[in-house]
Design a protein around this ligand. Structure first.
Ligand code: SF4
Length: 479
């Protein structure tokens, strides 16, 4: 039986995945091995996921971003899902979670794994629920069957809400928004109706055995995460966190890699404390956070409310950010929402990487600033996080090729372009120093890892389908 990345790291082996990760992050392979061996980082890498381009999730590496894809009860088909996968990877997702709950679950999952160069995550309880008439009819054997099958299909990491215990549920009484995690609410209902402990907790070691066989990474779900600011940091959230710490140690004892999911909605001034507490309770296991949203007042803009929290969380030590789209709380995201959500989260991740001093992170900013000051518009678009949007916005008012070297844009106009005025002043006034513009991205690790539009993922496995945008406009959108 093949061993997990964790087991091999502990025995001192430098695996091909560790070497590839080291190359992508411009780190010493031994640094990668040690982080994995100590559980501070994970390399989700199911033995059955052949086309995966390995990546690493850990606070000392570049902050990663996950995008959720998947169908609902009303759509869709494997080809449709492949378009979503393509859009997510194209716009820079480091991992994708297939949260499908509709038809064709197996073929969609298998197709995604066959084509995804990034790790694929799932929440197996979603499929288990589709197989019963009532949540209360779920059985431990059914849950384990689904988990084992998805592991065999090549899923790299799974959200398992094993930390929601029977005794935690009453702690949610008095909340403003109750239990907002799908998995958490399903398990709470099951425990209430069966008057029994969470089967994912009681059978956790059997799940560990499956995960060890395929090298599936745990993403220990936060089923009692707060759904609004008023419920943040309450007894229910932190009681579950204690259990997640216990489960982290159990999984590691079985040689299984672990990351831990985090809240939800948290006031800005509590985010750092949340990250530090998770790191302490879970012995440094990578923290994978959903946002968090720092205010509840802006439905329609929750990619922004949550990206603010995500930036703060990543600066404080969160390792991966689960994106939120503008449709959060309102409806299923479409392609433009995926694009906006991913842009917001890649900005959050990069801003945190600049703040924490990730090697070379600032080079990208500096190179773009230099292109901007030099009025090299084409280079500025090339370096933009979303080149297509930057170019489109510029060309709305000044579309001609002659404007790609123009010393102004339509924002201030030719007379009031401060950068042009500054340059002219420097040319005539010998007292003003010239401007330094020497950032060389060819030697920049962060630029190598981040340059748009696709990062360094090996994209050869993703089929070159018509763009999701074109397809959506033909009436086959992501709904
Ligand atoms: S016109 Fe204004 S916004 Fe445009 S390049 Fe000049 S300074 Fe920048």
């Amino acid at each position: 039986m093949s061993e997990t990345q964790l087991q091999r790291a502990r025995s001192g082996e430098l695996t091909a995945a560790m070497k590839r990760v080291a190359e992508r992050e411009s780190r010493d392979p031994e640094t990668v091995r040690r982080a994995v061996a100590e559980g501070r980082a994970v390399i989700p890498n199911n033995h059955e996921h052949d086309v995966l381009d390995p990546m690493i999730i850990g606070r000392e590496f570049a902050t990663k971003v996950n995008a959720n894809i998947g169908n609902s009860e009303t759509t869709s088909n494997p080809e449709e899902e492949l378009r979503k996968l393509h859009a997510a990877v194209h716009y820079g997702a480091d991992t994708v979670m297939d949260l499908s709950t509709g038809a064709n679950l197996d073929s969609i999952r298998e197709t995604n794994v066959q084509h995804a160069p990034v790790p694929v995550g799932t929440v197996p309880i979603y499929e288990a629920v589709t197989r019963v008439d009532d949540v209360a009819d779920l059985t431990p054997e059914l849950l384990l069957d689904v988990i084992e099958k998805q592991a065999r299909q090549g899923v790299d990491y799974m959200t398992v809400h094993a930390g929601v215990l029977l005794e935690h549920v009453p702690l949610t009484n008095g909340r403003k928004t109750g239990i907002v995690s799908r998995g958490g609410s399903i398990l709470a209902k099951w425990m209430e109706e069966n008057d029994a402990q969470n089967p994912l907790y009681t059978h956790f070691e059997r799940i560990c055995a499956i995960f060890a066989e395929y090298d599936v990474t745990f993403s220990l779900g936060d089923g009692l995460r707060p759904g609004c600011l008023a419920d943040a940091c309450d007894d229910a959230q932190f009681a579950e966190l204690e259990t997640l710490g216990e489960l982290t140690r159990t999984a590691r004892d079985h040689g299984v890699q672990v990351m831990v999911e985090g809240p939800g909605h948290v006031p800005m001034d509590d985010i750092e404390m949340n990250v530090e507490r998770q790191q302490e309770v879970c012995d440094g296991a990578p923290f994978y956070v959903l946002g968090p949203l720092v205010t509840d007042i802006a439905p329609g803009y929750d990619h922004i409310t949550s990206a603010i929290g995500a930036t703060e969380a990543a600066r404080a030590g969160a390792a991966m950010l689960c994106y939120v789209t503008p449709k959060e709380h309102l409806g299923l995201p479409e392609e433009e929402d995926v694009r906006d959500g991913l842009a917001a989260y890649r900005i959050a991740a990069h801003a945190a990487d600049v703040a924490t001093g990730q090697p070379g992170a600032r080079d990208w900013d500096d190179a773009l600033s230099e292109a901007r000051y030099e009025f090299d518009w084409s280079r500025q678009f090339e370096l933009a996080l979303d080149p297509e949007r930057a170019r489109a916005y510029h060309d709305q008012s000044l579309p001609g090729d002659n404007y790609k070297k123009a010393r102004y844009c339509s924002m201030c106009g030719v007379e009031f372009c401060s950068m042009r005025i500054d340059q002219d002043a420097r040319a005539v006034d010998g007292d003003m120093e010239s401007i330094d513009s020497e950032t060389d991205l060819t030697d920049s690790p962060a630029a190598a890892a981040n340059l748009p539009p696709t990062g360094t993922h090996d994209m050869r496995s993703v089929p070159d389908l018509p763009s999701f945008a074109e397809h959506a406009s033909e009436g086959h959108g992501d709904d």
